[in-house]
Design a binder for this molecule. Structure first.
Ligand SMILES: C[S@@+](CC[C@H](N)C(=O)[O-])C[C@H]1O[C@@H](n2cnc3c(N)ncnc32)[C@H](O)[C@@H]1O
Length: 234
């Protein structure tokens, strides 16, 4: 098991930026995100990329409304859904019940507090959640994720991650694109993201990942702002 956490550890349960603890945020999440992404299709693409099969142990950090964990469980994986928001966990559980899938354990915890037996996860996934941690704590979280994975286990991350050249120009283009897709709601969502939350440069993320012991197998930064990493524990 993991080492116990210091009393001065970053409080990952406090709200930074958008408050996913609030019921109203949970209620609008799926419909507002449907304006710019198809979460179910994305989830199945991630599961195909990772080659998840029946019996695999997979963790989703920041599982939100649960679309990914439901799709993973449908494939027979043993799934841990981890989120700091009780309201999100409740919504994810309701989705699993509605879809009649089993095999998901729900955990009220986060990147810095979730405990999992060392070396036993086949894959760990996080989408649009890692930016909730400041960079120093991202480094700590990545080391914890690395320890949870078995040798050869995979880590998939998708989030707002910014390329250095033309960073501000690309962010402005992204904010405008979000407004085109979902009006004022998505414009304010994107602006709030860059103002209040902790997205990082891709060069910093590369370094954090490799210092945690990962090999980066594939990396893509769409439009200079939306990053996807597929990594492996060697
Ligand atoms: C933008 S939502 C993403 C949900 C889902 N993964 C998706 O792709 O749609 C961010 C989620 O991360 C959760 N979260 C925030 N900080 C977290 C932390 N430190 N550890 C785990 N989850 C966290 C929030 O409660 C929220 O459910």
């Amino acid at each position: 098991m993991m080492q116990s956490n210091p009393s001065w550890q970053y409080d990952e349960f406090k709200t930074v930026g958008r408050d996913y603890g609030s019921q109203s945020e949970v209620d609008v999440y799926d419909s507002s995100h449907a304006d710019f992404r198809d979460i179910k299709a994305e989830s199945n693409h991630v599961l195909d990329t990772l080659g998840i099969k029946r019996g695999d142990a997979i963790i989703d950090f920041g599982s939100g409304t649960g679309t990914f964990v439901v799709e993973a469980a449908r494939r027979g994986a043993r799934v841990s859904a981890v989120d700091i928001s009780q309201a999100m966990l409740a919504r994810a559980k309701a989705k699993a019940d509605q879809e009649r899938v089993s095999g998901i354990e729900f955990h009220h915890a986060g990147f810095l507090t979730y405990e999992y037996p060392e070396g036993s996860a086949d894959a760990i996934v996080t989408t649009f959640a890692f930016h909730h941690l400041p960079d120093f704590w991202k480094g700590i979280a990545l080391k914890r994720i690395h320890r949870m994975l078995r040798l050869g286990g995979q880590f998939y991350m998708h989030d707002v991650i910014i390329e250095e050249p033309c960073a501000l120009e690309n962010i402005i283009l992204f904010i405008n694109k979000q407004e085109e897709a979902g009006g004022n709601f998505l414009r304010e969502d994107a602006e709030g993201h860059f103002r209040d939350e902790f997205s990082t440069y891709d060069w910093a993320m590369d370094e954090l990942l490799s210092r945690a012991g990962f090999s980066i197998i594939r990396k893509h930064i769409e439009g200079g702002v939306l990053g996807t990493y597929l990594c492996k524990k060697n």
